[in-house]
Structures are given as C-alpha cells and as structure tokens.
Design a binder for this molecule. Sequence first.
Ligand SMILES: [Zn+2]
Ligand SMILES: [Zn+2]
Length: 313
Amino acid sequence: MELKIFFLGSGCSAPTKARNLTSIAMQYSGKVFLFDCAEGTQQQMMRANVSYMKLDSIFFSHFHADHFLGLPGLLATMTMYERDMPLNIYGPKSVEKKVALAIEIAGIMPCFKINTFEIKKGFLLRGDNFTISAFPLKHNTSCYGFTFKENDKIAEFVKEKAIALGIPEGPLFAKLQHGEAVKFGSKTIKPEEVLDYSKGRRGRKVSIVLDTRPHESYIENIAASDILIHESVFASIDMDRALDTAHSTALEVAELANKAKCKKLYLTHFSTRYEKLDALLKEAREVFPETHIGKDLLIVNLPLNPKERVVDN
Ligand SMILES: [Zn+2]
Ligand SMILES: [Zn+2]
C-alpha cells in the first residue's frame, strides 16, 4: 500500500518568496491526513496534487497563526464545492472554539459535518491497518507531535500448507491468518502450522514534530521512525533565539534523531532569516547523515519495509 508524504510548505512564522508556511499531508489507504493547515495550504495542495475530496482529518499541533490560518479558506472552498463527506479536526484544548471561529471568519454555513476532537496524549485514530497517536511537546503553548504507525504484519499465511492440511478455504483461513487456532473435524490446527513468521513485515512509522524544544520526553514516541519530520527553525548559531522562542536547532534535532534511532530525518519549518539552508543541513548531517531538507512541494514515497521476523514465535 502506498504511503506518500507531501511537504506543502516549509517556512516558520511568515511566508517568504521561496517558502510557504509549513503544512504536511499524508496519503495512505485512499485517505489524506493533513498536519496543520497554514495559510496557503489550499494552493499548495493543488500544486502537489493532493485531493481535497480524500481529506479525512486535519491534525493541529497547536494554534499559532502560522499553523492555523489556512483553515477558514479551506472550509470556505469545501463549502463552495458542496463537500458532503464529514471532516474530522483534531487539536489541543479549544479546538472546538477555534473551528467555530474559522467558520465565523469565513462567513460560511458548512454543508458537511465537522467533527472536532480535543487531543489527549495517546491514540487519536485507529484505522483498519494503522494508528495515529499524539504526544505532548515542549513549546510555549499547548502543542502536540504525531505518530503514524502502520500495523506490523507478524507473518505470511501459507495457503498451500493450509490446503495440504485439508482445511477448506473460507472463514477458517481468516482465523488462522489472524493467529487464531481453529478446530476442523477432530483436529485442532495451530496458526504456526500455516504461518511463515520469517516473512513478517514491520509496519511503517512516520513521526511529525512541529514546534518544540527538543526533549527526552518524546524520544520513546518517535523511536525507530522510518521518517522523522521535525521542526528546525534555527541553525546552532542562533541558539539563543531557539531558546527564547521554544524552537529547535538543526544540530539538536539531528542528535535527537540519532538517539531515537530514526532511519531518515527531514528538517522543516525554517526561520525567514535563512535564505539558504546549507548551514542547517551541514550541521545536522555531521551528526545524522540521513538528514534531508523537507522543502516546499517535496513528495516522499515511503516503500514497505523488508520482510523480516517481527515476533519470536
Ligand atoms: Zn510554528
Ligand atoms: Zn508555534
């Protein structure tokens, strides 16, 4: 199943000629999830070919202007195009009030249902084959990071073995596939008789951390991410500004990615003071070579993890 990440913007605080403000879209299993909805998000979605129609949920890390001001316009467009699918909006405390305010500013009467959910630490959404969860960050207002995790596939079902055991195709197959023992005539068939655990597959994991001081408290949440997307507003030379504004430097984020044993790091949410980002990339790569710039309109396709044993059966 395809997992695509779209960097719709990469700027912090204000847009520049070269950068829109940061929003990130993720497409998986026919659905689109949007993380923050900054000013300019609608046009960037069009440029990146992200479907409005498939937009299932928006997750707000926090309600600073550079993360939120795209919402009134987006809701207005959806109303104009007579969206009928419900839209789920997750955000920290006051999310309901903020969404009501966005509707008031846009001067619209949405023709579709909007469900709002206040974010609490832990699972926010459980799909058929994935979860999205939240964890608190260390910013200067209530702010959350997010983890998308595809379920691990513990083993591959070997149909030939099941047929050889005389099990009829149908519901018993499904039970065995899910690791349950089944009774068939006088026999009990154990799942390990028909499952190949060496062909398990670790589910993909993507963590999105926008607006925080880097902190040990969320290392466990982002641990072993295939992709960590982390704000990196400043370079180390501007450490004092990072401390004053509760943001991160590229070097600090690289150290965190290293500690959390992430596979790839994408830096984003850059200060307007840097026209070029070479210095940020250089300082991060010295510590974590698999660092990349999450620049505007970059699309990342995250392939399936290789087959491997993920349980000790
Ligand atoms: Zn920000
Ligand atoms: Zn902020």
